[in-house]
Write a protein that binds this ligand. Structure first.
Ligand code: ADP
Ligand code: MG
Length: 331
């Protein structure tokens, strides 16, 4: 549906905007009733359970319109939710999108936001099945509710880590945290895409889930220290993290040196990398490496699960690495 360029949100109205969004949504087989009714109707794959998660993104808290272009903001709004479903070992399927749009926001912004959102949805075969739309008297508010599904025995929780397990992480850590420091100052960095356009590790998570090797799994949104901390708390265990083993990208090493910051501090406590952190019995080390290689994802063993005596970061000589900051906390 193309509208005259002079058309803006006030002329289009709430229902015009909903229609504009609905017209762009691809119809999927497992959606029985999508956007347009009081509720959406979907069909779970027989034998699977529903896995649900919701996230809010608030302007000037989670993003700034200054540096988040609308297309990538749309992608990221969905990516962080898809990452939560992946972190349960589940298959992302359906999403609801609620928007509170500031008065005066351009229709072009919303169109480009939806471009990003629906492009990422298409990449992961997630169907947009509904949402809510209203005006905001302050900033832009984006809320995404996502649903996925999985066989009960395949779902991976935060609760299954056992003392003696290895601690693993996919990809590299600290990239998004460094990028945030740069873009906050108005600069640019090759790491910006790690912050602005994170990749949810869906295929790696599903391979892990199907293999049954991971005893506990979480996505790294608040920093590995904080997020492994959630596994530790819920599994009633502790952990040792080997600081020198933390996977750092070449760009992070280079940029951190220029900025005179310790990349390992960023890797420990920087958020928003959306990598997977999981625990697994040591007998599965080689199989885990092989499996992750098959899906083209780097994986690194970064520590061991201990009895519940807290979480410590260690240098290679066994001395304590002192961490300057914990993970992100809203309050
Ligand atoms: P209700 O008054 O029952 O809450 P709405 O008028 O809010 O219904 O929404 C009408 C339909 O449009 C519903 O199917 C709803 O899920 C969908 N919808 C509303 N806003 C959005 C949005 N931002 N994205 C996708 N679907 C939306
Ligand atoms: Mg509504």
């Amino acid at each position: 549906m193309t509208l005259p360029s002079s058309e803006q949100l006030p002329q289009l109205g709430e229902f015009g905007l909903i229609t504009r969004i609905a017209d762009r949504v691809a119809v999927d087989g497992n959606v029985i009733t999508g956007i347009g009714d009081d509720g959406a109707v979907t069909a779970l794959t027989p034998g699977m359970q529903l896995v649900t998660s919701t996230d809010m993104l608030l302007e000037d808290i989670h993003f700034r319109r200054m540096w988040h272009d609308p297309y990538h903001l749309g992608r990221k709004s969905l990516a962080v939710s898809i990452s939560d479903i992946a972190a349960m070992g589940a298959i992302p399927r359906w999403a609801l999108l609620s928007l509170a749009l500031p008065v005066g926001l351009s229709l072009d912004f919303v169109d480009r936001f939806m471009d990003g959102f629906l492009t990422l949805a298409g990449e992961h075969r997630v169907s947009l099945i509904g949402g809510d739309t209203c005006a905001s008297k302050s900033g832009l508010v984006i809320s995404v509710t996502i649903m996925g599904e999985q066989y009960p025995e395949t779902i991976i929780r935060r609760t299954g880590a056992v003392a003696g397990d290895d601690i693993w992480v996919t990809g590299t850590l600290g990239d998004a945290a460094l990028a945030l420091q740069v873009v906050e100052k108005g600069g640019d960095t090759p790491l910006a895409s790690r912050l602005l356009d994170p990749t949810p590790r869906v295929s790696a998570a599903l391979v892990l889930a199907e293999s049954g090797y991971a005893t506990a799994l979480i996505d790294v949104s608040d920093g590995i220290l904080a997020d492994f901390g959630h596994i530790a708390e819920q599994s009633h265990v502790g952990g040792q993290l080997f600081v020198e083993e933390l996977p750092l990208s070449g760009s992070l090493r280079t940029e951190a040196a220029i900025m005179a910051v310790n990349p390992r501090q960023l890797a420990l406590s920087g958020g928003e990398d959306y990598e997977l952190c999981f625990t697994a019995h040591r007998v599965n080390r080689e199989k885990i490496r092989e499996n992750m290689k098959k899906c083209g994802v780097e994986v690194t063993r970064i520590g061991i699960v201990t009895p519940p005596t807290g979480i410590i970061a260690l240098n290679s000589d066994g001395s304590r690495f002192s961490c300057l900051a914990a993970g992100f906390n809203h309050f």
